[in-house]
Design a binder for this molecule. Structure first.
Ligand SMILES: Cc1cc2nc3c(=O)[nH]c(=O)nc-3n(C[C@H](O)[C@H](O)[C@H](O)COP(=O)(O)OP(=O)(O)OC[C@H]3O[C@@H](n4cnc5c(N)ncnc54)[C@H](O)[C@@H]3O)c2cc1C
Ligand SMILES: *[C@@H]1O[C@H](CO)[C@@H](O)[C@H](O)[C@H]1NC(C)=O
Ligand SMILES: *[C@@H]1O[C@H](CO)[C@@H](O)[C@H](O)[C@H]1NC(C)=O
Ligand SMILES: *[C@@H]1O[C@H](CO)[C@@H](O)[C@H](O)[C@H]1NC(C)=O
Ligand SMILES: *[C@@H]1O[C@H](CO)[C@@H](O)[C@H](O)[C@H]1NC(C)=O
Ligand SMILES: *[C@@H]1O[C@H](CO)[C@@H](O)[C@H](O)[C@H]1NC(C)=O
Ligand SMILES: *[C@@H]1O[C@H](CO)[C@@H](O)[C@H](O)[C@H]1NC(C)=O
Ligand SMILES: *[C@@H]1O[C@H](CO)[C@@H](O)[C@H](O)[C@H]1NC(C)=O
Ligand SMILES: *[C@@H]1O[C@H](CO)[C@@H](O)[C@H](O)[C@H]1NC(C)=O
Ligand SMILES: *[C@@H]1O[C@H](CO)[C@@H](O)[C@H](O)[C@H]1NC(C)=O
Ligand SMILES: *[C@@H]1O[C@H](CO)[C@@H](O)[C@H](O)[C@H]1NC(C)=O
Length: 594
């Protein structure tokens, strides 16, 4: 029954015309103001088709701009974050006043918003003058509040028939506006909140406990759900991220990677609607090409995901030592030597184990949080740490170690990345990533060069380096499209500076340029042949996006994209196939490929 509906929907797709010519040299999607832009009656008809679930975008910061000023509501957006105690070090160091606008919780659950400060582009934020008009900028014009496959199919058909740009939006975390898009109709999947615990999932590739999550579930809520059933699951450290959107489709790094693989490695099935309007359930055995591509090949590229099934793992205790040291009491040279030693010992601590380390450093301050899973005794943990600590002792650096043991992973997560479900991690950053291969930290010359790149990055005091270290190639999993560089990596690092709302845009853009033109190339040069994490790369990144974000998987991913999105509905900056599109002078998205 479902299959028949699907077939007819797909057939209807082929019947409609290709992208209209609005430009003599290329085929472009219409934008508001174009003669071809759908009429009010067309939108009303679409709204009827989707049961009244069509939403016209009204940016949330409109309350800060004439003619719709609401002072109390605007002040609420600018209210400083309550840190539930002492603020984190990065806040005190930089004397930051982060507000609700810098909190991801402010953006989720609202259609079309983007958290990315660069793409917000002052179109409608609380910090520009009240008299400045609130504009859509890069945000979608309309969203469909998706409740199931039929809404998605209706949206895809409308976009294709009416020649309107399409976007797929879940939470708005994306750093490359892949979930926004000027002039677009957005498929907003955030309200797909179903959950199901599956005590015994059976297949040739996995037998054991699993969970099914609707695509709108957040990481924090998914984790709480698994925990209620005595289990944990692989996620990143920001509870507001969507479980089935960009995070799991793009790879997904986090504390549990060494124990169970990356987030994408844990997915057992995807439920999606393809660009042709086919409603499919894909596994390593059924529509295996789509399963392979969706598991690591990037969000928003191969289809609209409605739900996924994912492995879950028994709950258990975590021991989490925190190691800190500072430069002032030892001098800069010893400080950087200590960081070199720290990188060098990552393999001795995480390789071939379920251990992981997340660490952050500035030009004079270093902090690492370890995660030792399950019942590792303190003597085992001591002996794991000993080679590192012995070498730190040798250079005469004093450090602090405190150890906290939590009885569950949920408690560990809540303590360090909470409060659950959302946490307080701020998206208001200028950020880019680099994946560091194991050989680089082991080879002393290469390691020294890596640390030089880190020194350069942090020198001015503006940037910090945030790293996550695990054995990213430990868990067995079905073949997938996770960037191969992850499998050779020992650590992935983000270079990160905070957005300054009180400085002119140009000042923030300078920070971005310095990162992209000076720091990122130094990290690239220190890690030749490796890659960047497609979910945490800056939009102006200058490296070859195909090689660094997809590697050897690119040609196969592109052919799968072409096969399942023959009408070129799916586009995002740096997604597979994105170089077949251009943007014209007025902001229309144009398809130039083939
Ligand atoms: C504050 C912060 C912390 C982060 N921490 C981590 C971390 O710890 N680990 C980690 O791995 N990453 C982390 N990231 C990066 C994160 O994984 C990406 O931003 C990811 O793309 C977010 O996915 P989303 O679906 O929540 O966001 P969105 O911005 O809504 O979407 C991201 C991409 O996925 C696509 N997409 C969304 N929903 C669907 C759907 N239903 N079907 C098909 N495509 C869809 C969109 O089109 C877009 O291309 C972090 C990002 C931020 C801003
Ligand atoms: C396309 O239009 C531009 C002006 O908009 C003109 O300069 C150019 O010659 C045209 N090209 C073709 C192939 O018609
Ligand atoms: C769609 O219809 C619903 C219900 O009639 C209405 O509330 C909503 O405003 C409509 N959306 C648009 C964009 O007009
Ligand atoms: C910190 O910022 C506040 C307000 O943003 C300012 O008043 C104060 O002078 C700053 N302190 C320092 C030490 O720069
Ligand atoms: C920001 O807005 C300016 C002016 O409208 C525009 O030129 C620029 O391309 C925009 N940048 C982004 C990233 O949208
Ligand atoms: C979207 O739909 C859900 C129900 O699926 C509803 O609870 C929610 O209020 C809707 N959101 C908006 C902004 O219309
Ligand atoms: C260790 O912690 C104490 C107390 O918090 C602090 O005073 C001291 O400076 C720290 N030492 C180092 C080397 O970080
Ligand atoms: C582990 O090391 C710490 C200090 O380095 C020490 O206090 C503790 O007793 C050790 N524990 C075991 C079980 O060896
Ligand atoms: C140590 O490094 C800091 C930060 O980069 C710098 O400001 C300071 O001058 C350096 N100190 C010495 C003695 O080189
Ligand atoms: C990753 O693991 C697989 C399976 O154990 C192995 O075949 C492969 O060589 C490993 N890759 C790297 C880069 O170590
Ligand atoms: C046509 O497309 C070209 C290339 O994308 C662009 O430079 C030009 O401005 C467009 N012309 C019009 C009239 O939109």
């Amino acid at each position: 029954m479902a299959a028949r509906l699907v077939k007819s929907a797909a057939a209807a797709f082929f019947a409609v015309s290709v992208i209209a010519k609005t430009n003599n040299s290329s085929t472009c999607r219409y934008i508001p103001g174009d003669e071809g832009w759908p009429a009010k009656s067309d939108w009303e008809q679409l709204n009827q088709t989707v049961g009244g679930r069509l939403i016209a975008t009204d940016p949330q910061a409109h309350v800060c701009h004439t003619p719709t000023v609401d002072k109390a509501a605007c002040d609420a957006l600018k209210t400083p974050i309550d840190w539930h105690g002492a603020p984190p070090l990065y806040v005190t160091r930089l004397n930051l006043t982060l507000t609700q606008w810098d909190q991801s919780e402010t953006y989720i659950g609202k259609p079309a918003e983007t958290m990315d400060t660069y793409y917000q582009n002052q179109s409608c934020d609380p910090f520009t003058s009240t008299s400045r008009p609130c504009e859509l900028g890069n945000l979608a014009v309309f969203s469909i509040n998706v409740s199931g496959a039929n809404d998605v199919i209706a949206g895809l058909q409308f976009a294709q028939r009416k020649n309107v740009r399409l976007s797929i939006h879940n939470t708005g975390h994306d750093y490359n506006c892949k979930s926004c898009g000027p002039g677009s109709l957005s498929l907003w999947t955030y309200n797909l909140k179903t959950t199901e615990f599956i005590p015994e999932y059976e297949s040739s590739y996995y037998s054991g406990p699993a969970a099914k999550f609707g695509a709108g579930m957040g990481l924090g809520d998914s984790l709480l759900f698994a925990s209620q059933h005595g289990h944990k699951l692989v996620t990143g450290e920001c509870g507001t991220l969507g479980i089935a959107g960009g995070h799991s489709q793009g790879g997904g790094h986090g504390v549990l990677n060494g124990a169970y693989g990356m987030a994408a490695d844990n997915v057992l099935e995807w439920e999606l609607v393809t660009g042709e309007g086919e409603h499919l359930f894909v596994t390593p055995e059924q529509h295996a090409d789509l399963y392979w591509a969706l598991s690591g090949g990037g969000g928003g590229t191969y289809g609209v995901v409605l739900s996924m099934k994912v492995r879950v793992h028994p709950e258990g205790p975590v021991t989490g030592p925190v190691l800190t040291f500072t430069a002032p009491n030892v001098g800069n040279e010893t400080y950087w030597k200590a960081i070199e030693i720290f990188y060098k010992h990552l393999p001795t601590i995480v390789k071939g184990t379920s251990n992981s380390i997340q660490f952050t450093f500035w030009n004079n301050n270093f902090a690492a949080l370890f995660a030792f899973l399950d019942q590792q005794t303190s003597s085992v943990i001591n002996s794991t740490m000993r080679p590192l600590l012995a070498e730190l002792d040798e250079i005469g650096i004093t450090y602090n170690i405190t150890t906290e043991k939590t009885s569950t992973y949920k408690d560990y997560y809540n303590t360090n990345y909470g409060p659950l479900p959302y946490g307080l991690e701020s998206p208001s950053t200028t950020l880019t990533s680099r994946i560091v291969p194991e050989w680089v930290v082991v080879d002393s010359d290469a390691n020294a060069k890596l640390v030089d790149a880190a020194k350069l990055t942090t020198e001015s005091g503006l940037f910090q380096v945030d790293c996550t270290s695990s054995d990213f190639n430990r868990s067995s999993h079905p073949d997938n499209a996770v960037l191969p560089a992850w499998r050779e990596a020992i650590v992935a690092c983000n270079l990160l500076a905070f957005w300054d709302w009180h400085a002119p845009l140009s000042k923030n853009l300078e920070v971005k340029s310095t990162m992209v033109d000076v720091y990122a190339p130094a990290w690239d040069a220190a890690t030749p042949g490796s890659g960047v994490y497609l979910n945490e790369v800056d939009s102006s990144y200058k490296g070859d996006f195909k090689q660094t974000m997809y590697g050897a998987n690119y040609p196969r991913l592109l052919s799968i994209k072409h096969q399942h999105d023959p009408n070129h509905l799916f586009y995002g900056h740096f997604t597979v196939g994105s170089d077949e599109f251009t943007t014209d002078g007025s902001g229309r998205l144009c398809y130039d490929g083939l």
